[in-house]
Design a protein around this ligand. Structure first.
Ligand code: SF4
Length: 347
């Protein structure tokens, strides 16, 4: 294989897309947003537990139901521990109001297949009308008539298509319930629709999660992606559900043998400053990796954001990164190993 996969995957972060964030900032900035961003970044750099600025990356899950059953996704395995529901457009506009003047981008996905929410295109258009970038992740294994025109017409700026194979046989081992040929045909149709309308958006990313069963198809997939005309072909290392008990078994089953164990990031947790994660039931999760409703920090359908953003949960979580003595509250962040906390021993 020409690609050095191990070296490549060691360099690629799983959860961040710096180039996309940077583009959103260039295209959607205002003075107000910039001042807010500086306040947030200052609070994070100085590890303040009280944040006067507002989060500027908003993660909204429009639906937490999915048509696939991927074995490493809590939605696919039935381990979401949250009611399966759909956010309405009216709820979305209520929820998003406090962030409109400060948000650079909204991610319209988390635990479900967002295209199954019939009102998601109105939500994306709302973001476009308010000078906020939008992105979405989809399995694109869908058959709704006319949906390619809706995707392009909504003003969606960036679409990530989850497609981790170059053949139906390999695809179906992980994307259970999905249809490889349908995804490829939808990709071609989406690009044709975008080109026919003379639109530059959405930019389309083929995201390939590298796992043990599919790594031999990486180069074939890259060639196919080029032939279809996607804008970006992106490899990411396989990740595992948050707090899962049988992690070693899952690693043995799905991770390439050469994949290094991930080390905690040497930084305060940026999710607690830059972003807010909102579920279809209004629940605010500490970050996009935690699905369980019992770990919510608040609910935006029953409380104001001002009452949540610096509440005991948020302040306790931020305190984990500024003091060795720990938090005041029992929160999921106590047991999280994504970022190196003050009490952790540096390697
Ligand atoms: S500390 Fe961990 S669980 Fe808490 S918000 Fe950050 S990444 Fe999520």
């Amino acid at each position: 294989m020409g690609l050095n996969l191990t070296a490549l995957l060691a360099r690629v972060p799983q959860y961040t897309r710096n180039a996309r964030h940077f583009r959103s900032m260039l295209q959607h900035s205002t003075l107000k947003k910039l001042f807010n961003l500086i306040r947030v970044e200052y609070a994070m750099a100085t590890r303040h537990e009280y944040v006067s600025g507002k989060p500027y990356v908003i993660i909204v899950d429009p639906i937490n139901k999915c048509n696939l059953r991927c074995p490493l996704c809590p939605s696919g395995t039935g381990d979401l521990n949250r009611d399966r529901t759909v956010m309405s457009y009216q709820q979305f506009t209520e929820i998003i109001r406090p962030f409109i003047k400060y948000a650079y981008e909204i991610s319209f996905h988390n635990w479900g297949e967002s295209l199954l929410n019939p009102e998601v295109f109105k939500m994306i258009s709302f973001a476009a009308q308010h000078n906020i970038a939008s992105n979405m992740s989809s399995n694109l294994s869908i058959t709704q008539a006319g949906i390619m025109g809706e995707i392009v017409g909504s003003g969606l700026e960036y679409l990530v298509v989850s497609l981790d194979a170059a053949s139906p046989e390999v695809y179906r081992q992980y994307r259970r319930g999905g249809n490889f040929d349908l995804v490829i045909s939808n990709l071609r149709s989406l690009i044709a629709t975008r080109n026919a309308r003379g639109s530059k958006t959405p930019r389309i990313e083929w995201q390939f999660i590298v796992m043990k069963h599919n790594m031999h198809e990486v180069e074939q997939a890259q060639t196919l992606a080029r032939e279809i005309g996607v804008d970006t072909f992106r490899l990411i290392p396989v990740g595992f559900p948050f707090g899962v008990k049988n992690l070693n078994d899952l690693r043995r089953e799905w991770a390439p043998d050469s994949l290094p164990m991930s080390e905690p990031i040497d930084s305060t947790c940026f999710y607690l400053y830059r972003s807010v994660t909102i579920n279809p039931d209004g629940g605010v999760s500490p970050c996009c990796m935690v699905p369980d409703a019992k770990y919510d920090f608040g609910n935006l359908l029953s409380d104001d954001f001002e009452n949540i953003w610096n509440n005991d949960f948020y302040r306790s979580a931020r305190r984990l990164f500024l003091s060795k003595t720990g938090t005041g509250c029992k929160i999921v962040c106590n047991s999280c190993t994504k970022f190196r906390k003050m009490g952790d021993v540096s390697s």
